[in-house]
Design a protein around this ligand. Structure first.
Ligand code: CO
Length: 211
Protein backbone atom coordinates (compact mmCIF):
# COMPACT_ATOMS: atom_id res chain seq x y z
CA UNK A 1 0.00 0.00 0.00
CA UNK A 2 1.36 3.38 -0.92
CA UNK A 3 2.21 5.85 1.81
CA UNK A 4 -0.37 8.32 0.50
CA UNK A 5 -3.12 5.72 0.45
CA UNK A 6 -2.35 4.60 3.99
CA UNK A 7 -2.10 8.24 5.10
CA UNK A 8 -5.62 9.14 3.94
CA UNK A 9 -7.11 6.19 5.83
CA UNK A 10 -5.27 7.32 8.96
CA UNK A 11 -6.36 10.92 8.31
CA UNK A 12 -9.95 9.81 8.31
CA UNK A 13 -9.65 8.15 11.74
CA UNK A 14 -8.03 11.29 13.10
CA UNK A 15 -10.73 13.52 11.58
CA UNK A 16 -13.48 11.43 13.20
CA UNK A 17 -11.75 11.59 16.59
CA UNK A 18 -11.31 15.36 16.37
CA UNK A 19 -14.89 15.94 15.29
CA UNK A 20 -16.24 13.77 18.12
CA UNK A 21 -13.98 15.46 20.65
CA UNK A 22 -15.56 18.81 19.72
CA UNK A 23 -19.09 17.48 19.47
CA UNK A 24 -19.99 13.93 20.47
CA UNK A 25 -23.23 14.18 18.45
CA UNK A 26 -21.57 15.50 15.27
CA UNK A 27 -22.18 12.47 13.09
CA UNK A 28 -25.41 11.41 14.78
CA UNK A 29 -26.87 14.87 14.00
CA UNK A 30 -25.63 14.83 10.39
CA UNK A 31 -27.14 11.40 9.87
CA UNK A 32 -30.62 12.83 10.56
CA UNK A 33 -30.66 14.76 7.27
CA UNK A 34 -29.34 17.73 5.36
CA UNK A 35 -30.66 21.25 4.74
CA UNK A 36 -27.75 23.01 3.01
CA UNK A 37 -28.51 26.62 2.03
CA UNK A 38 -26.09 26.49 -0.89
CA UNK A 39 -25.42 24.59 -4.12
CA UNK A 40 -21.82 24.90 -5.31
CA UNK A 41 -20.96 24.27 -8.94
CA UNK A 42 -17.20 24.27 -9.27
CA UNK A 43 -14.27 22.83 -11.18
CA UNK A 44 -12.96 19.32 -10.54
CA UNK A 45 -9.50 20.86 -10.09
CA UNK A 46 -7.91 19.41 -6.93
CA UNK A 47 -6.82 22.89 -5.86
CA UNK A 48 -10.35 24.27 -5.53
CA UNK A 49 -11.97 22.32 -2.63
CA UNK A 50 -15.49 23.71 -2.25
CA UNK A 51 -16.02 23.29 1.51
CA UNK A 52 -12.57 24.38 2.57
CA UNK A 53 -12.29 27.67 0.73
CA UNK A 54 -15.62 28.94 2.08
CA UNK A 55 -15.24 27.43 5.53
CA UNK A 56 -18.39 25.35 5.13
CA UNK A 57 -19.00 22.45 7.48
CA UNK A 58 -20.44 19.10 6.41
CA UNK A 59 -24.16 19.67 5.81
CA UNK A 60 -23.76 23.27 4.62
CA UNK A 61 -23.02 22.93 0.93
CA UNK A 62 -24.39 20.63 -1.79
CA UNK A 63 -21.63 20.17 -4.35
CA UNK A 64 -21.39 19.52 -8.07
CA UNK A 65 -18.01 19.60 -9.77
CA UNK A 66 -16.89 18.98 -13.31
CA UNK A 67 -14.14 20.15 -15.62
CA UNK A 68 -14.32 23.96 -15.86
CA UNK A 69 -17.51 24.29 -13.73
CA UNK A 70 -19.82 23.94 -16.71
CA UNK A 71 -23.61 24.10 -16.75
CA UNK A 72 -24.45 22.05 -19.83
CA UNK A 73 -28.21 22.11 -20.21
CA UNK A 74 -28.52 18.50 -21.43
CA UNK A 75 -26.19 17.10 -18.76
CA UNK A 76 -28.43 14.78 -16.70
CA UNK A 77 -25.92 14.76 -13.87
CA UNK A 78 -25.99 18.57 -13.52
CA UNK A 79 -29.78 18.71 -14.03
CA UNK A 80 -30.38 16.06 -11.37
CA UNK A 81 -28.16 17.85 -8.86
CA UNK A 82 -29.82 21.18 -9.65
CA UNK A 83 -33.35 19.77 -9.45
CA UNK A 84 -32.69 18.08 -6.14
CA UNK A 85 -30.97 21.16 -4.72
CA UNK A 86 -33.67 23.60 -5.82
CA UNK A 87 -36.85 21.56 -5.49
CA UNK A 88 -36.13 19.20 -2.60
CA UNK A 89 -33.39 20.85 -0.54
CA UNK A 90 -34.69 24.35 -1.36
CA UNK A 91 -31.25 25.93 -1.42
CA UNK A 92 -31.29 29.74 -1.29
CA UNK A 93 -28.09 30.27 -3.26
CA UNK A 94 -26.28 28.68 -6.19
CA UNK A 95 -22.66 29.66 -6.75
CA UNK A 96 -20.83 28.90 -9.98
CA UNK A 97 -17.17 29.20 -9.07
CA UNK A 98 -14.56 29.39 -11.82
CA UNK A 99 -10.88 29.69 -11.05
CA UNK A 100 -7.86 31.36 -12.59
CA UNK A 101 -5.43 28.89 -14.13
CA UNK A 102 -8.25 26.52 -15.12
CA UNK A 103 -6.85 23.80 -17.39
CA UNK A 104 -10.19 23.28 -19.11
CA UNK A 105 -10.50 26.95 -20.02
CA UNK A 106 -6.86 27.01 -21.14
CA UNK A 107 -7.50 24.01 -23.39
CA UNK A 108 -10.49 25.80 -24.93
CA UNK A 109 -8.19 28.67 -25.93
CA UNK A 110 -6.05 26.31 -27.99
CA UNK A 111 -6.48 23.64 -30.63
CA UNK A 112 -4.52 20.72 -29.21
CA UNK A 113 -6.52 17.49 -29.09
CA UNK A 114 -6.38 15.87 -25.65
CA UNK A 115 -8.85 13.00 -26.11
CA UNK A 116 -12.52 12.48 -25.33
CA UNK A 117 -12.36 15.61 -23.21
CA UNK A 118 -12.17 17.62 -26.48
CA UNK A 119 -15.94 17.16 -26.70
CA UNK A 120 -16.48 18.61 -23.23
CA UNK A 121 -14.06 21.45 -23.94
CA UNK A 122 -16.25 22.30 -26.93
CA UNK A 123 -18.85 23.72 -24.56
CA UNK A 124 -16.20 26.15 -23.32
CA UNK A 125 -15.26 26.93 -26.91
CA UNK A 126 -18.92 27.89 -27.48
CA UNK A 127 -18.44 30.53 -24.78
CA UNK A 128 -15.30 31.72 -26.56
CA UNK A 129 -17.20 32.00 -29.82
CA UNK A 130 -19.83 34.14 -28.11
CA UNK A 131 -17.20 36.58 -26.86
CA UNK A 132 -14.37 36.13 -29.36
CA UNK A 133 -14.29 39.74 -30.57
CA UNK A 134 -13.72 41.01 -27.03
CA UNK A 135 -11.40 38.20 -25.96
CA UNK A 136 -9.27 38.44 -29.10
CA UNK A 137 -8.90 42.17 -28.50
CA UNK A 138 -6.99 41.45 -25.27
CA UNK A 139 -3.37 41.25 -26.35
CA UNK A 140 -1.80 39.99 -23.15
CA UNK A 141 -2.30 36.24 -23.08
CA UNK A 142 -2.52 35.91 -19.29
CA UNK A 143 -5.05 38.72 -19.14
CA UNK A 144 -7.05 37.11 -21.95
CA UNK A 145 -6.96 33.76 -20.12
CA UNK A 146 -8.09 35.36 -16.83
CA UNK A 147 -10.88 37.26 -18.58
CA UNK A 148 -12.03 34.09 -20.32
CA UNK A 149 -12.19 32.30 -16.94
CA UNK A 150 -14.41 35.12 -15.60
CA UNK A 151 -16.62 35.25 -18.71
CA UNK A 152 -17.03 31.49 -18.63
CA UNK A 153 -18.23 31.53 -15.01
CA UNK A 154 -20.68 34.34 -15.81
CA UNK A 155 -21.99 32.47 -18.86
CA UNK A 156 -22.68 29.43 -16.64
CA UNK A 157 -24.75 31.67 -14.35
CA UNK A 158 -26.82 32.67 -17.39
CA UNK A 159 -27.06 29.02 -18.45
CA UNK A 160 -28.34 28.09 -14.99
CA UNK A 161 -30.99 30.79 -15.13
CA UNK A 162 -32.13 29.53 -18.55
CA UNK A 163 -32.91 26.05 -17.16
CA UNK A 164 -36.56 25.12 -16.70
CA UNK A 165 -35.72 24.27 -13.07
CA UNK A 166 -34.55 27.75 -12.13
CA UNK A 167 -37.18 29.56 -14.20
CA UNK A 168 -39.95 27.49 -12.59
CA UNK A 169 -38.58 28.19 -9.10
CA UNK A 170 -38.60 31.94 -9.78
CA UNK A 171 -42.07 31.70 -11.27
CA UNK A 172 -43.25 30.05 -8.03
CA UNK A 173 -41.77 32.84 -5.97
CA UNK A 174 -39.01 30.71 -4.50
CA UNK A 175 -36.08 32.62 -3.00
CA UNK A 176 -33.12 31.66 -5.16
CA UNK A 177 -30.05 33.74 -6.00
CA UNK A 178 -27.42 32.67 -8.49
CA UNK A 179 -23.92 34.03 -8.20
CA UNK A 180 -20.79 33.90 -10.33
CA UNK A 181 -17.43 33.73 -8.55
CA UNK A 182 -13.82 33.33 -9.51
CA UNK A 183 -11.21 31.79 -7.21
CA UNK A 184 -7.56 32.78 -7.18
CA UNK A 185 -5.35 29.71 -6.93
CA UNK A 186 -2.39 31.83 -5.90
CA UNK A 187 -4.23 34.03 -3.38
CA UNK A 188 -6.96 31.84 -1.93
CA UNK A 189 -9.47 34.67 -2.31
CA UNK A 190 -12.74 34.47 -4.21
CA UNK A 191 -14.19 37.41 -6.11
CA UNK A 192 -17.91 37.91 -6.71
CA UNK A 193 -18.20 38.66 -10.42
CA UNK A 194 -21.31 40.74 -9.84
CA UNK A 195 -23.75 38.92 -12.08
CA UNK A 196 -27.13 39.03 -10.43
CA UNK A 197 -30.12 37.46 -12.07
CA UNK A 198 -33.21 37.01 -10.00
CA UNK A 199 -36.00 36.68 -12.54
CA UNK A 200 -36.41 35.23 -16.00
CA UNK A 201 -37.31 38.72 -17.23
CA UNK A 202 -33.57 39.41 -17.19
CA UNK A 203 -33.05 36.69 -19.78
CA UNK A 204 -32.97 37.11 -23.53
CA UNK A 205 -36.57 36.66 -24.69
CA UNK A 206 -35.53 33.61 -26.69
CA UNK A 207 -34.91 31.72 -23.43
CA UNK A 208 -37.87 32.92 -21.37
CA UNK A 209 -40.27 30.09 -20.53
CA UNK A 210 -43.95 30.63 -19.83
CA UNK A 211 -45.56 28.29 -17.33
CO1 CO B 1 -10.47 24.19 -13.64
Amino acid sequence: MSDFYKKILDNNKEWVQNALAKDPNFFADLAKGQTPPLLWIGCSDSRVPANEIIGAKPGEVFVHRNIANMVVHSDMNMLSVLDYAVNILKVKHVIVCGHYGCGGVKAAMGNQSIGIIDNWIRHIKDVYRLHNAYLDSIEDETERFNTFVEINAKEQVFDLSKTSIVQAAWKNGQELSIHGWVYGLNSGFVTDLGVNISSNKDLDEVFQLQF
